[in-house]
Design a protein around this ligand. Structure first.
Ligand code: UDP
Ligand code: MG
Length: 346
């Protein structure tokens, strides 16, 4: 079989601290794979800069100038991990047979990529990387993440347990993914819906190599909430059931209070009245809030906004001639108005 073209997609948001190490390690791995004739020489590493405020793009861009295996994609602003990943997958798809997605922080064991590729040659269209344990995560991260999977399962969302976005997808699988045109895209829930033959590779999760997590609690909660509400209607069904229950309860109590009144025992009015006002009011607010959540989602979907916008693709930039490739020229090139260059190239 001919060697297949692999692209490793790496979303990066403010990763200047870890990126130099990541580039070297991924490059080494790719060299090995190419030398073993596992993947084609056309294989690439695609770094997606998700609107970083630090030197992330500069690092990617410069590496792309001197390294034919590195391609950089600069998004016009920060669109979040999932959308940055999509930008990378859809861009990489055109020139590859299979695509591996991995975080920039080297928490996922890159050696596993070799096994991904082997499983791909075995005929799998999707290969999931699954963490064996979470020993390196803090207790807090571990328990919140586990709670997340549990809740998602209860809500009926089909997830691969302990699988983050470290996976291989064939070109065909990514093409099918592109047909999911929804804006609230929760990849971990969508990818299993694609189907096809798939397999799992287990690995140990390492510690973040450098820098800090870009997923503080607030973002994690938002992520979990998004995941649930874009995949499941059970919260809204839950509200309906509570509504029904409280309705029948109030009928029951209505009858009860009426009997009390007729038998002359009406002193107890105020407390129960005020309590039920608060109770019903609260229930109504919850219900309205939840409905609003779904209406908001419909609102977003109906606009069909693009999920990301590419600012610069390093493949479209003019390559400086080799003998000119020294620090000063690079810096000059970098300082040019890159937008103009990419426009003239499109
Ligand atoms: N990331 C991104 N855009 C964002 C936030 C994060 O592209 O808005 C990238 C980040 O650079 C990293 C990956 O998504 O490569 C996962 O982020 P992180 O490692 O901080 O998350 P954690 O592993 O702590 O859940
Ligand atoms: Mg991480």
């Amino acid at each position: 079989m001919m060697e297949q073209v692999l692209t490793i997609v790496v979303p990066c948001y403010n990763e200047e601290e870890v990126l130099p190490v990541t580039i070297v390690q991924l490059q080494q791995l790719l060299n090995e794979l190419i030398n073993e004739r596992l993947v084609s020489k056309q294989s690439k590493i695609l770094f997606v800069d998700d609107g970083s405020q630090d030197r992330t793009w500069e690092l990617i861009y410069k590496e792309g100038l001197r390294n034919e295996y590195v391609r950089g994609l600069k998004l016009s602003r920060n669109v979040g991990h999932q959308n940055a990943l999509l930008a990378g997958l859809f861009t990489a798809m055109e020139l590859s047979d299979c695509v591996v997605s991995i975080d920039a922080d080297l928490q996922d064991d890159i050696k596993v990529i070799r096994e991904f590729v082997l499983k791909f040659y075995d005929g799998n269209e999707i290969v999931y990387g699954v963490r064996k344990g979470r020993d390196t995560d803090t207790l807090f991260k571990r328990s919140t993440a586990q709670g997340f999977y549990k809740i998602m399962e209860k809500m009926g969302v089909d997830l691969v347990y302990n699988h983050a976005d470290f996976r291989l997808m064939s070109k065909r699988a990514v093409q099918e993914l592109e047909r999911f045109s929804e804006v609230n895209l929760f990849l971990r829930g969508i990818v299993p819906l694609i189907g096809f033959r798939s397999d799992v590779v287990y690995y140990d999760r390492l510690e973040r190599h450098a820098g800090e997590t870009k997923y503080p609690l607030k973002k994690m909660l938002a992520f979990a909430f998004d995941g649930i509400t874009s995949f499941s209607v059970s919260p809204i069904r839950f509200v309906l059931i509570i509504g029904l229950v409280s309705f029948f309860l109030s009928l029951f109590f209505g009858v009860y209070f009426l009997t009390l009144k007729f038998f002359g025992n009406t002193e107890t009015g105020w407390t129960s009245l005020i309590t039920s006002i608060w109770l019903i009011g609260g229930l109504q607010l919850i219900a309205i809030g939840l409905i609003g959540e779904y209406v908001g989602k419909i609102y977003k979907e109906s606009k069909q906004r693009p999920k990301y916008i590419v600012d610069i693709d390093s493949f479209n930039l003019p390559k400086p001639r080799h003998h000119l490739l020294n620090q000063t020229v690079e810096d000059e090139l970098y300082n040019l108005d890159l937008r103009q260059i990419s426009e003239t190239n499109n």
